[in-house]
Design a protein. Structure first.
Length: 231
């Protein structure tokens, strides 16, 4: 199946639009079903031996619910101290700040284009992207990954798997109450998703990184880049 990137309706709606709010609730449920937070947390626990994780950045973070779920899974490790959410819309609210504070994390919410922010951002221990990379054509995606490689020592992306099975199931989301925005965007997301080694081919400096890219679960595609520790 050829990769095709098309506009998603949620990106074009105002944050306060009732259909957009419904769709964001749908996405929280879909994230649970896909298990992406658990997969990322499992990968991050493998960082032991390459240094502690104190600062985590999420690109395309939305309302911060995914980063919060990830931070809760990492709380038992006792490493995370700072979380930065980067998104074009500032959707995280006071409750989100409070929930991160309970975990001992300082939360920074950055409303900006990810390319503009990455161009001048400082270093972070880890950068994550959940259901975000598939929004970009190859040229822009390569630029984003080059920025990420220069700003972190650990990167994880969980994306839709581009497959006939994923596409068929994306057309059934109405059965669990997803609205028209989510149903449309799910199909578009799968068509723009990844398979094989498509992300690895775009990651720079392969000799300096250990790369893992594979199917994860039924619907997800996992990409992990870990910088090789200096001798």
């Amino acid at each position: 199946m050829e990769r095709v990137v098309e506009p998603e309706w949620l990106d074009e709606l105002q944050a306060s639009d009732s259909r957009a709010m419904h769709s964001r609730r749908d996405l929280r449920r879909i994230n649970v079903l896909m298990g992406n937070a658990s997969r990322m947390a499992a990968s991050l626990r493998q960082v032991k031996g390459t240094g502690e994780i104190h600062h985590l950045v999420e690109l395309g973070a939305g309302d911060g619910s995914f980063a919060l779920s990830l931070a809760r899974r990492l709380s038992s490790v006792g490493q995370l101290r700072e979380v930065t959410l980067v998104d074009q819309a500032a959707l995280a609210n006071g409750n989100t700040h409070g929930e991160f504070a309970k975990l001992g994390c300082t939360l920074h919410v950055i409303q900006a284009d990810v390319f503009d922010w990455l161009a001048s951002a400082g270093a972070a221990d880890v950068i994550v992207a959940n259901l975000f990379l598939h929004h970009f054509e190859e040229e822009s995606l390569g630029k984003l990954l080059r920025f990420a490689a220069s700003r972190s020592r650990f990167f994880i992306g969980c994306e839709p798997r581009r497959s006939a099975m994923s596409l068929a199931c994306s057309r059934l989301l109405g059965l669990i109450g997803c609205n028209d925005v989510t149903r449309h965007d799910a199909v578009v997301s799968v068509r723009a998703g990844f398979s094989g080694r498509e992300l690895s081919k775009l990651w720079p400096g392969h000799r300096e990184w250990i790369l893992e890219e594979r199917p994860a679960g039924v619907f997800s595609h996992l990409f992990v880049a870990r910088k090789v520790a200096s001798p």
